[in-house]
Each structure stands twice: as structure tokens, then as C-alpha cells.
Design a protein around this ligand. Sequence first.
Ligand SMILES: Nc1ncnc2c1ncn2[C@@H]1O[C@H](COP(=O)(O)OP(=O)(O)OP(=O)(O)O)[C@@H](O)[C@H]1O
Ligand code: SF4
Ligand SMILES: [Mg+2]
Length: 377
Amino acid sequence: MALLDVRDLVVRFRTRDGTVYAVNGVSFALEPGETLGLVGESGCGKSVTNLAIMRLLPKPAGHIEGGAVTLDDQDLIGLSESEMRAIRGRDVAMIFQDPMSSLNPVLTIEEQMVETIQAHEKVSDADARKRAIELLGMVGIPKPETRLKSFPHQFSGGMRQRVMIAMALALRPKLLIADEPTTALDVTIQAQVLELLRDLTGTYRTAVILITHDLGVVAGMTQRTMVMYAGFIVEAGTTRAIYERPSHPYTVGLLHSIPRLDRGTSEPLIPIEGSPPDQRQAPVGCPFAPRCAWRVAACWTDNPTLAARDGSGPIRETGPDATHRVACHNLPTPEEAAVGRPLRDGFRPAPPPGGVEDELADMVAVEAGAPDAAPVP
Ligand SMILES: Nc1ncnc2c1ncn2[C@@H]1O[C@H](COP(=O)(O)OP(=O)(O)OP(=O)(O)O)[C@@H](O)[C@H]1O
Ligand code: SF4
Ligand SMILES: [Mg+2]
């Protein structure tokens, strides 16, 4: 079995405003040493999926309501809080977007690092301190012996992020989850932090889940990519396959909405019109349907499952030969993916089911040039 196996994970938030359908049956696996990129629009469930793996969902609203998470053959969902605490840091560690929120402002870096190390290993203060110095050196903090005495606020954002990485790696976890680890950093520091992650994971065969909005980072750092939308995985495969042959209309839209050096400056960026669905409604049909230029009638009622893009052979979830899988009733052709819209003669996205009023509303949207109108050739 893979190092990490997540099966049919369902996470809901029970709030005063109702239920939030945050993660709706997510499955994936990860092998040691693999780096998996997780991308998707804000609110699609990237953080919540990983907080659920760590069993750190915000309480009392967040609940794992279905599925299984297995790390190294151990079922994490069935563990008690104290058993889980022993696993966090030692077997699985998480780097958060904002390092200040994860560091304790009233303790020195030394106190925090020594405490983390000693929470998982029986080592003397002196040995824990030595290891902390070594780790800070590894993440490029100059003069680590003296910097250990500093408090978090005495470090720059980039340095705090490195401290977080050093702490996450202190115990050489088998799995490292990095949630937007570089978003708050300027580009040069971003590059250094990513390089560091790459080196360290290469050395220790740590598996990494890298959550980011930056598709360039995913392309450069990961072997595999998963695209999430509204709590579902809509496309998964090797990073190369997904970038060379994006196959879900949402992925196609994502790749057209960012600047690409290989496309030249004359090609306009195409934003994805509309917004993600309100996750307080139970999902019906494909969640991307209201924004999708390729939709057919079935899209409004049947949510497609993730299936091999070419429809054949056994499914491989991990490794360099991972199967390219897509959840879509009407896959864009390569030519369509290249231009970002359907090219079939006379094709129009299926109007929502319902009465004449809906169709009229759809026609008005077409007249007004809404995304529905785009595919009319
Ligand atoms: N504490 C909470 N209470 C209620 N709903 C929540 C809570 N935390 C997250 N959610 C909801 O869960 C869904 C998934 O959120 P999540 O934080 O995983 O998004 P994300 O993909 O990480 O987005 P971002 O890119 O902005 O970080 C969203 O609809 C969000 O509103
Ligand atoms: S074609 Fe249908 S199933 Fe595919 S993304 Fe569009 S709406 Fe969803
Ligand atoms: Mg997030």
C-alpha cells in the first residue's frame, strides 16, 4: 500500500447557516519521495482536505463524515487525539501559509524547536539544541547559534517560513504538507524556500503535498498534480500530462487564465467567468456546469466520476506512470483545450433544466456575452 492513502474522504462543516459541503469524496494516494501539487480556486477544499488528514479540522464545526485516511498502514481517523499528537510532527508535518500563526510569539525559536524535538525523541536539551542549530543552518538561517535566541517577531517573514520548515523537518516526517508555503514571501525568498524543500525531500524521501495557487510552482516542483473544484477532484495525473494535455474544462480555464511565457504577450488571458458554487448547497450534477462552455444536458444532473481520460487499462494512482484521470461528460479536444473554447459546429452549452424562464434567462445571457455565449462558433 502507498505511504498515504485517502479514500472517499467527506468533510462537512455544521454551521449556524447550515451544512458546508467542503470535501465531497476525495481519494488519492502518495508514495515516499513523491511530490503532489494540489491546485484549485479559493474555497475548493485544498486546506480542509489536508487539515482532515492531520485531524486538525476547526472545531466544533468541522467533521470528517466519511472515508478513510491511512498513513503507513495506520488508520488515522480512528486514532485518539493523544495518539494523533504523537504522529503529528514525527510522521506527518504541516507548514502553514502564515508562519506567525503557527509559531508561539512569546517563546524563543530555541524553546520552540527544542520542545518540538523533545516531544518526539528522547534526547537531552544539549542534543536537541545541537539538532536545532543544525536544522536552522540547513534552511539557510545565518549564524544559527545566535539566532536561536530570537523571538519569532525578530525574524523576517521569509526567515519565519524557514524556521517553520526547519521545525517541520526536525523529525524527518514521512509526509510533509505545505499549504501555500511561499505565498507570503517575495519571489527571491520563494525560490530559496522551494529549492530547500526540494533538496530536503530528495534527501529524506519525504512525500510532499504542495498546495498552491501558483501553477508555475506546481509545474516546477511536483511530479503529480490534482485539480480540485468545489470539494471534488476533477483532474489528476502526472504534472507533465496535465500541463501538456489539460482535459477538464476547469483545468483548461485555469491554464488560460495565467500568463505563460511560451504563449507570447499577444495572446489574451481568458479569466474563468462566474464564481464557484455555494458550498452550503448539497452538490447536484457537475459542480462546474454553470461556468462550463462544454456542458451537455447530463452535466446538470449527473456528477461524473474521475475516470481514465483514454478510458482504458488499469488505473495507477501514483508514480511516473500515474493514469491521467478526468471527471467530465464532454472532454475538450486538444484543439479546444489549446484555444480554451469548444470548436464544434453549432455546439451550444446545454441550458439548465427547467422551464421556459430558465431558457429565456440563458438566451439573455447569451445576448449579453456571458460565458454561455462564448462557444457559439
Ligand atoms: N471553519 C469553517 N467553518 C465553515 N466553513 C469552513 C471553515 N473552514 C473552511 N470552510 C469552508 O470549507 C470550504 C473549503 O475551504 P478550504 O479552506 O479548504 O479552501 P481552500 O481550497 O484551501 O481555499 P484557499 O485557496 O482560499 O486557501 C470552503 O467552502 C470554506 O468556506
Ligand atoms: S462538460 Fe459537463 S461534466 Fe465536464 S466540466 Fe463541463 S459541466 Fe462538468
Ligand atoms: Mg487554503
